[in-house]
Design a protein around this ligand. Structure first.
Ligand code: ATP
Ligand code: MG
Length: 486
């Protein structure tokens, strides 16, 4: 093909300022936003991320780039390789191999894309089971949803994100997972990868990681690389789950970049476009319509608060972008209530419409029972005489709270959750001393896991008829008899 006029004019960019991989470049008047930059020998070295009156603003892939080297337009918008072979891979924030393995196949997808329009979307109504009791029962998630996990440092945010991924091994129709680690320490990343591998979850998971000492380009781009990989599954009719761990660190990296580029700072010195940056990322989560293949992309962004303050800039932005938030609270952790979810402050705006029917049936009343328990507790602090009725409600609330506690990485199948809460409602716990509640639960789960009981099989298929309940009753009664004799 004869060279076009544009090709004939070789645009050269000269770096005027270079600091920590962030550059201001003169020249390159026709470069596009998110176009890659290359060196003389055609090697990609950076990406254009903005323009000022006199400069092209760019992020370089390597902080040690020699700023005297001229750069050229790559004439390609930044993209990442995606494929079905990405399962089990650990990539860097630019989508390159981090595990030393080569890529064998794949196509390239742009990192920055618009979200699917409404017309191409379907209703979010298929459950995404996390295996975390408190979420599946009270804050159910649906495929295609965006739910924020928010809380102070060390309250258990990453654990919930990773557990949701671990639990997908139980899913009948596979969910491809992407764990995006942004700005965490290398050790944290290694622990996460080991956890996924040891639990067989790496088989269906891609890890995209930009650690705290990686270049800004990697920190900035990592969530978009993760999203592009997940979109590959979504757009081919599959289901994907992306955990962004975490977007506060992403926002901070973007704030540093903007300050170093001398862009005008806004609230809390964050650049004003941080909202749209995160909105464009999270809007790509979707349930696609049947005509568009019916795939889904579910997003679980994590965000760190300081001293429980949800009203600061980045958390409020993300609360308004997502379909709900799971709020983790340090004081609950200190009381030993793990996962430390504050039920009152957490919402999933989709609610029961994304819950398997049998689970809705047994958990529908939990919120009310817990609210009543809280009210009664306040009352009993003032009054000494408590009616039998109130005592019962208090005990029931206490039992539910105890059973919502859960060890990390010990996820439950949803039909097991159904059996557990059914046993609560039918009073199987009522005459047990408090100390025995958790043991009763654990042994019951052991029994359920020993053989796939007919009642469990039926529930899994959505059948929670009187006949199934009767079978379940027989199972629970005989289990309880045995429990009491040991
Ligand atoms: N359900 C649980 N039961 C017991 N311990 C837990 C549970 N969930 C998390 N932990 C422990 O709490 C600690 C903090 O958990 P995690 O790293 O998930 O929190 P985080 O909010 O992501 O922290 P960071 O601020 O470091 O990112 C870890 O030591 C983890 O093992
Ligand atoms: Mg964490």
């Amino acid at each position: 093909m004869p060279p076009t006029k544009n090709d004939a004019i070789k645009e050269v960019g000269r770096i005027e300022r270079f600091f920590g991989g962030i550059a201001l470049i003169r020249g390159l008047p026709r470069v596009a936003l998110h176009e890659i930059l290359i060196t003389e020998d055609g090697q990609p070295c950076g990406v254009a991320v903005g323009f000022s009156e006199r400069h092209v603003e760019a992020l370089f892939f390597d902080e040690r780039f020699d700023p005297l080297t001229p750069v050229y337009r790559g004439r390609q918008i930044i993209s990442t390789r995606v494929s079905d072979d990405h399962d089990g891979r650990v990539l860097d924030g630019l989508g390159r191999s981090r595990d030393g393995l080569p890529f064998v196949s794949g196509e390239f997808r742009p990192l920055f894309r618009t979200a699917p329009p409404i017309i191409d979307r379907g209703r979010v109504e298929r459950p995404l089971i996390t295996g975390v009791k408190i979420i599946d029962s009270l804050l159910p998630l649906g495929r295609g949803q965006r739910e924020l996990l928010i809380g102070d440092r060390r309250v258990g945010k990453s654990t919930i994100g990773l557990d949701a991924i671990l639990h997908q091994r139980e899913s009948d129709n596979p969910v491809h997972c992407v764990y995006v680690s942004i700005g965490n320490k290398t050790r944290h990343l290694e622990d996460a990868v080991r956890l996924l591998r040891e639990n067989g979850a790496l088989n269906y998971t891609t890890v995209v990681a930009a650690t705290a000492d990686d270049p800004y380009a990697a920190l900035y781009l990592a969530p978009f690389v993760g999203c592009a990989i997940a979109e590959h599954y979504r757009d081919n009719g599959g289901d994907a789950l992306v955990v962004y761990d975490d977007l506060s660190k992403h926002a901070k990296a973007y704030r540093d970049i903007s300050l170093l580029l001398e862009r005008a700072p806004g609230r809390e010195t964050y650049p004003a476009d941080i909202f749209s940056l995160h909105a464009t990322l999270l809007e790509r989560a979707a349930q696609m319509s049947a005509e568009k293949g019916g795939g889904s992309l579910t997003a679980l962004p994590l965000i760190e608060t300081e001293e429980g303050d949800m009203t600061s800039y980045v958390p409020t932005n993300l609360i308004s972008i997502t379909d709900g938030q799971i709020y983790l609270e340090r004081s609950l952790r200190e009381k030993g209530f793990m996962p430390a979810v504050n039920i009152g402050l957490s919402v999933s705006r989709l609610g029961a419409q994304v819950q398997p029917r049998p689970l809705t049936e047994v958990t529908g009343g939990l919120r009310i029972e817990l609210a009543q328990q809280r009210e009664l507790q306040k009352l009993t602090e003032l009054e000494s005489s408590v009616s039998e009725e109130a005592k019962k409600k208090l005990a029931r609330g206490g039992l539910i709270l105890e059973l919502l506690k859960q060890e990390q990485h010990e996820t439950l199948r949803w039909e097991e959750e159904v059996v557990l809460f059914y046993a609560v409602h039918e009073g199987y716990f009522d005459d047990l001393p408090k100390e025995d509640w958790r043991r009763f639960e654990r042994l019951l789960l052991d029994v359920l896991r020993q053989e796939d009981h007919a009642a469990l099989v039926a529930i899994r298929q959505g059948d929670f008829s009187a006949a199934v309940k009767k079978k379940l009753g027989t199972l629970l009664t005989s289990f309880k008899d045995e429990f009491e004799t040991v």
